[in-house]
Design a protein around this ligand. Structure first.
Ligand SMILES: O=C(O)CCC(=O)C(=O)O
Ligand SMILES: [Fe+2]
Length: 236
């Protein structure tokens, strides 16, 4: 039966159904790096053209924050893809649509791509991405969809110390992991770190996926402390 389904699926894909009906067709096979909690890896998630688009928009980088302040725990540089030309770049939108197709989490529930660059010696110490209250307007950060945009020459792995999972940064690869448990309490098991880059440059992008619509309250200028989000208007 499985073989039959695979043949059928291949036939539909050859007929162009992946492009016509991307929300239904499962285009990307994932590698299961861990099962409870799920850490899924998607190889070749990004095309070279899409990676180039992210790189083109990686201008005006500023020092990253951890939570809402500068911290010795996070020494990278970053920018939010929250204004044009990054925001409405069709290639960037296409990547986001792919995230929607895989996760089933609507576009509006996502923050904006946060592009992060690490030079040698830069890192992000172990932390948990969930930072937003369950009773806030936007709800918790359910999960993280994480993109690798540039492979450093040495160092720069993503490490989940509680699970013993280590992922080498590799341009084009994507990861998806949960930040909360079913009852929306923080899942400490998915604590993770960006290990120091030793040589070369590592470029990545975070996309944090919320329980509720993030973009509408953000666009209407709601008080972000009240909505429990990390992105601050003075960073834009
Ligand atoms: O760069 C990495 O490997 C992880 C980065 C990270 O955890 C973050 O930016 O929240
Ligand atoms: Fe993180």
């Amino acid at each position: 039966q499985d073989t039959h389904d695979a043949i059928e699926c291949g036939a539909w894909a050859d007929a162009g159904e992946c492009e016509v009906n991307p929300g239904f067709m499962k285009i990307y096979a994932s590698d299961v790096l861990y099962e409870d909690p799920w850490i899924l890896a998607f190889e070749h998630f990004l095309t070279a053209e899409e990676i180039a688009a992210f790189k083109r928009h990686s201008t005006n980088l500023v020092r990253s924050l951890a939570g809402q302040e500068e911290s010795d725990d996070r020494t990278s540089m970053q920018m939010w893809c929250v204004t044009d030309p990054c925001l409405s770049d069709p290639l960037i939108e296409k990547v986001h649509q792919r995230v929607v197709n895989i996760t089933g989490i609507p576009k509006e529930h996502a923050e904006y791509f946060q592009i992060v660059q690490y030079e040698p010696g830069q890192f992000y110490r172990p932390h948990q991405d969930q930072n937003s209250k369950a009773d806030s307007l936007v709800g918790v950060r359910l999960s993280t969809f994480f993109l690798y945009l540039q492979t450093p020459e040495a160092g720069g792995a993503t490490y989940f110390p509680k699970l013993g999972v280590k992922v080498q940064a590799e341009a084009g690869l994507a990861l998806w992991w949960p930040n909360v448990r079913d009852d929306l309490s923080t899942d400490e098991r998915t604590e993770h770190e960006a290990q120091s880059v030793h040589e070369g440059t590592k470029l990545t992008a975070n996309l944090w996926l919320h329980e509720y619509d993030f973009r509408t309250p953000f666009t209407f200028g709601c008080n972000l402390d009240e909505v429990g989000a990390s992105i601050q208007s003075d960073e834009l």
